[in-house]
Design a protein around this ligand. Structure first.
Ligand code: ADP
Length: 357
């Protein structure tokens, strides 16, 4: 096996360097012969066997020497300009294969360095960056899911243990059973949201486009929260333009309104107001959902579309921080825009702008 490898490397060496040596020798010989033949013709010199044999010997060794020199120069050039960057790139690629996504290749700024290598290095570094951010997202996502599941699970465990105690009053039994049901409902909700988000992110959902009345959809979604606003005495203010037909995926879009309304009611104190407004131009429909709730700071506002982000921990029992991530994804799929304006203690307004067709 070793012998075979050695033969292979010799053949490779011949292929790489000896071919180049022969090529240079051939070119120099041709040039020399051309030069000699033109010189003898123009000067009218006739060469005899003695002259030719003496000159041929000197020329032969000159050709060998020059070809050897060029081969050495080319070998060194190839080592520096080609082999070194190729080795850097393959070493880095091997590290990526082993799961080290932090590897980056410095770009080559040497004089005369090949720009193609810099382009490959640029692409490689971008690929490594992308892979490492995907990896961070994946590990963060797993950490977040496990963390979010722990809370309802431990609540359910506690209630389960309490339910096992003897001599429980009927009232306590119902309370503990409700605790178990609430915990499992929360987990089921979170799983549904994770699955929805996963399907949306992997683009397994292709919008089922139909034409429908957006105003009617908004009213239907809003009515689902009737019991909530009645319980908290929240006032509803609607200004919905009539006959605004749009071509979009009705089911996906209802996810957006349900999440925005649910947040508006969740973060608005008793006696507050939630307003819904719909305006339209020929090409776009604009929906604003405003509330007079607790509002949020600019820092919170910049993070609300992140997965699992929840600023208000006191109300976090009612959510899992996935609602707005879902909203953003749906709006993106529809090539729409979503914006938020909010001030602490005053309220929040979400504005969604979508194409009508
Ligand atoms: P959650 O399940 O916690 O509601 P969301 O993704 O829907 O998750 O919202 C993320 C965070 O954005 C919330 O925890 C809250 O801090 C903030 N937020 C969203 N809507 C409002 C609102 N209308 N008023 C104040 N804060 C809001």
């Amino acid at each position: 096996m070793k012998k075979y490898d050695r033969i292979k490397s010799v053949l490779k060496w011949i292929n790489n360097y000896f071919t180049f040596f022969l090529l240079v020798a051939f070119v120099i010989t041709c040039c020399t012969m051309l030069f000699v033949s033109i010189l003898t013709e123009t000067l009218g010199i006739t060469l005899n066997a003695e002259n030719i044999s003496a000159a041929a010997k000197v020329t032969f060794w000159n050709v060998v020497l020059l070809s050897f020199l060029f081969t050495v120069i080319d070998t060194v050039r190839r080592k520096i300009m080609v082999d070194r960057p190729v080795k850097q790139i393959t070493d880095a690629a091997e590290k990526i294969v082993q799961g080290d996504f932090s590897v980056r290749i410095p770009s080559r700024n040497q004089i005369g360095s090949d720009d193609t290598f810099n382009r490959i290095i640029d692409c490689f570094n971008k690929m490594a960056e992308e892979l490492s951010s995907v990896e961070t997202l994946r590990t963060d996502f797993i950490a977040n899911v496990s963390h979010e599941m722990k809370t309802p699970l431990s609540v359910m465990q506690n209630y389960g243990t309490l339910l096992q105690s003897k001599d429980l009053s009927e009232e306590k039994r119902i309370e503990y059973a409700k605790g178990v049901t609430d915990g499992s409902r929360r987990m089921a909700e979170m799983m549904t949201n994770i699955l929805k988000l996963n399907r949306l992110e992997n683009q397994q959902i292709y919008p089922k486009v139909t034409e429908f009345d957006l105003g009617e959809q908004l009213c239907e979604c809003l009515l689902q929260f009737e019991s909530v606003w009645e319980k908290s005495s929240i006032e509803i203010d609607t200004d919905i333009a009539e006959n605004v037909k749009i071509k979009a995926d009705e089911e996906l879009l209802s996810l957006v309104w349900n999440n925005l309304f649910s947040n508006a009611f969740k973060f608005t104190e008793e006696g507050g107001t939630v307003s819904v407004k719909l305006t339209a131009t020929d090409n776009h429909a604009v929906v604003t959902v405003s509330d007079t709730g607790c509002g949020m700071s600019a820092e919170v506002g910049s993070r609300i579309f992140e997965k699992f982000y929840q600023a208000d921990t006191s109300r976090s029992v009612q959510g899992n921080g996935l609602g707005l991530a879902l909203v953003k994804r749906v709006v993106d799929i529809m090539h729409g825009e979503i914006g938020v304006e909010s001030s602490v203690g005053v309220g929040t307004t979400f504005t969604v702008r979508i194409r009508r067709s």
